[in-house]
Design a protein around this ligand. Structure first.
Ligand SMILES: C[S@@+](CC[C@H](N)C(=O)[O-])C[C@H]1O[C@@H](n2cnc3c(N)ncnc32)[C@H](O)[C@@H]1O
Length: 273
């Protein structure tokens, strides 16, 4: 599996380990992705069991779930992420709960038997960095290693959020052919300058899961309505009481279809049949 998309993804993430570690906690806007994901994990995870954190990067979710008492297997493409995760796991004193840390790809989970895990998580966009064929392979593998009736949590980058953020964030990109590529087929070959990222609509994400034997449980817009991150951060910092109320509203509306498709990250929760 040495296609150019995987090679550039490896290079990109091996140079950005610290940035990935702080990504989910660096400000109120980014915390929306983290806290909303945790809300739905707590809602749909079994009380205990073995979880595969597939594409778990430097281990933010692994540690959080280990602290909640789950046993975890952490897998990622990038050794530098795993090296960093090992240190953080030790620091957090959850080594006993993290059963394996493995370098590998979500497209080939052959070291795990069918029906191994009580839940599988693949969060923050690992699928988005793989080509169409690899994405389907990965989904098939995530489902295969899950136990029957267990839930699979997958979040990816959303396509309409790119459009919504373009006028304020990267207007000059509209002059480039690459931008039309994103609109037409979701593929961005200029992600973080030189990387590859596939941006999904929610129905496309649903379709690749429905090719497997699963039922859709929920779809979630993790950042909620797509409001500029700078505006959100200012709101949260200047109006802490109102922000608390806003978070309650956010949880109520984040599964509505308009909100799901406008969010920067889309989470899909499926159950293996
Ligand atoms: C944005 S990070 C998310 C990390 C973590 N899940 C989180 O939410 O903080 C995306 C991760 O996907 C990993 N990744 C990309 N393609 C992968 C593949 N084919 N197999 C395993 N991991 C992959 C990258 O190495 C990176 O750690």
């Amino acid at each position: 599996m040495k296609n150019k998309e995987i090679i550039i993804t490896k290079k990109n993430y091996s140079n950005n380990v610290k940035q990935e570690w702080t990504r989910l906690v660096k400000d109120p806007y980014h915390e929306l992705e983290f806290s909303t994901t945790l809300y739905f994990l707590k809602k749909y995870l079994p009380k205990r069991g073995l979880i595969l954190d597939a594409g778990g990067g430097p281990g933010r979710y692994t540690i959080e779930l280990a602290k909640l008492g789950y046993d975890i297997v952490l897998l990622d493409l990038v050794e530098e992420n795993l090296e960093f995760a090992r240190k953080q796991i030790k620091k957090s004193k959850v080594e006993g709960k993290v059963k394996q840390i493995i370098q590998g790809s979500i497209t080939d989970l052959s070291e795990f038997s069918n029906n191994t895990f009580d839940a599988v998580i693949c969060l923050g966009g690992p699928l988005s960095h793989n080509t169409e064929e690899q994405r389907q392979k990965a989904v098939s593998e995530l489902v295969r290693v899950s136990k029957k009736n267990s839930n699979i949590f997958t979040s990816v980058m959303g396509k309409y959020a790119v459009l919504l953020n373009t006028p304020s964030g990267w207007p000059e990109e509209v002059e480039l052919k690459n931008f039309y590529n994103i609109i037409e087929n979701g593929d961005d070959y200029r992600w973080r300058g030189t990387g590859y990222c596939h941006f999904f609509t929610s129905s496309e994400l649903e379709d690749i899961f429905l090719r497997e034997k699963v039922k859709i449980i929920d779809k979630v817009g993790l950042e909620g309505l797509n409001i500029d991150g700078k505006v959100i951060n200012k709101f949260a910092r200047n109006f802490p009481k109102a922000w608390k109320n806003w978070l309650d509203i956010h949880i109520k509306i984040c599964t509505e279809s308009f909100v799901v498709d406008s969010s920067s990250h889309i989470l899909i929760i499926t159950k293996k049949l």
